[in-house]
Ligand binder design. Structure first.
Ligand SMILES: NC(=O)c1ccc[n+]([C@@H]2O[C@H](COP(=O)([O-])OP(=O)(O)OC[C@H]3O[C@@H](n4cnc5c(N)ncnc54)[C@H](O)[C@@H]3O)[C@@H](O)[C@H]2O)c1
Ligand SMILES: [Zn+2]
Length: 379
């Protein structure tokens, strides 16, 4: 006779967390942690660039408040989102005697947030972490939502977790040292947020996007805040992407990811997404969902920010070869859901609104349609 025991784990857990945005947020973090500690010691994880610019200073501010803090750095760049770097950070933390009562502080761009977030999700089965994003892309996108992870040689973000930070501290003045190309890179995600869910944000970028690139912090603050509200709104409703709504954040990303992969990750994420959005808008028009004038409006904003309208020459050449095109389509279908044999994509019905199709936030798109979209961005 079988016996049955139930492990009862029904629970309600409040994982809400604040996003603090301002111009002098960074120096106040240590003070905040003395008032509301998240552990008895802190591992500040930063890449080599950010560690050099802000790491030592941060460690000093923490120690000045009698907080036990260690600075751990790793070589800057996507190439560090690996098992090897993850393991070396974990080992350094063990060596420093950081226990289950410690906390991780991710100080840096999206690479640091994803990597340090995954370190914290996995260290001694999980310790809390806070995000201190320093790139625009991390401030308005990567630092919230709880997706953390690392890459494998076979693809990006293949190892990871949903692990929400305890707080996100966004200090706009970090942007003063961010290379201009990365400022532009982050703007692609802001445009995306406007396109999928916030017409007013899109209009703001249409009118004042160039002010962001000139580092007008007041405009940047507004853009970041609205983009965060879009992302937070989606994540609150569909944290684990079980309902499909979270997929709308992937507008421009399906094609964008394939371009990134095909370029060997030489093409920056925002640039790849901007090309993906141009192709997706074309497909939205061709399928009769979006007005041509709205697609033009999207592309004009991307043009005026300075995003190239076409895939860069060398990558273009690769895609035009038959083996390059096959690889492009292989990347597209690799880990994506396919419905009735067709690829699923997020498309627009108007500026600020995603096309709802068959009770879903994605639309099945034929290979011919994708070719049509691709034509838009090929030389
Ligand atoms: N988890 C998510 O939801 C999510 C969302 C979007 C992107 N991402 C991930 O984010 C990563 C890309 O993020 P990214 O573009 O921020 O890249 P990144 O972290 O590599 O930062 C870009 C460059 O800017 C430098 N940098 C960052 N802040 C700086 C500052 N204030 N001053 C000077 N230099 C600075 C970095 O050292 C790096 O060289 C990708 O790995 C992507 O997968 C994650
Ligand atoms: Zn993105």
């Amino acid at each position: 006779m079988d016996e049955r025991i139930i492990v009862r784990l029904k629970r309600y857990q409040d994982d809400s967390y604040p996003l603090i945005i301002g111009e002098r947020v960074f120096p106040r973090i240590a003070e905040e942690l003395t008032r509301n500690p998240l552990g008895d010691s802190y591992a500040i994880i930063a890449d080599s660039n950010v560690a050099r610019l802000y790491g030592e200073n941060f460690k000093r501010m923490m120690r000045d408040k009698n907080l036990r803090a260690f600075l751990l750095s790793f070589p800057a760049g996507e190439k560090s989102k690996t098992v090897k770097v993850w393991q070396s950070l974990i080992e350094k933390m063990l060596k420093s005697g950081l226990g289950r009562d410690s906390c991780v502080i991710a100080l840096g761009g999206g690479v640091t947030g994803d990597l340090a977030g995954f370190v914290s999700a996995s260290y001694l089965r999980g310790i809390p972490f806070i995000q201190v994003p320093t790139s625009l892309l991390a401030m308005l996108d990567a630092s919230i939502g709880g997706k953390v992870g690392i890459d494998l040689p076979s693809g990006k973000n293949l190892i990871g977790a949903f692990f929400q930070p305890k707080a996100v501290y966004i200090d706009l003045t970090f942007l003063e040292t961010l290379p201009k190309i990365h400022l532009l890179n982050g703007m692609a995600e802001a445009v995306k947020s406007g396109l999928i869910a916030d017409r007013a944000l899109f209009a703001m970028i249409e009118k004042k996007g160039n002010e962001c690139l000139k580092l007008n912090l007041e405009i940047l603050r507004k853009v970041i805040k609205r983009a965060l509200l879009v992302k937070a709104g989606v994540v609150e409703q569909d944290e684990m992407e079980t309902l499909g709504l979270r997929k709308i954040l992937n507008y421009g990303h399906t094609i964008g990811h394939s371009l990134e992969a095909l370029s060997g990750y030489q093409l920056l994420h925002g640039f790849a997404v901007s090309l993906g959005m141009r192709a997706s808008a074309r497909i939205s028009v061709e399928m009769g969902f979006l007005k041509e004038i709205d697609a033009q409006r999207q592309n004009k904003v991307l043009d005026s920010l300075g995003f190239p309208g076409k895939i860069p020459g060398r990558l273009c050449k690769i895609i035009k070869t038959s083996s390059g095109k096959t690889r492009f389509f292989d990347y597209l279908t690799q880990d994506k859901k396919v419905r009735s044999g067709q690829l699923e994509m997020v498309l627009l019905s108007e500026i600020g609104r995603v096309k709802r199709f068959d009770n879903s936030w994605t639309v099945p798109v034929s290979k011919q349609m994708i070719e049509m979209g691709l034509k838009e961005i090929l030389e």
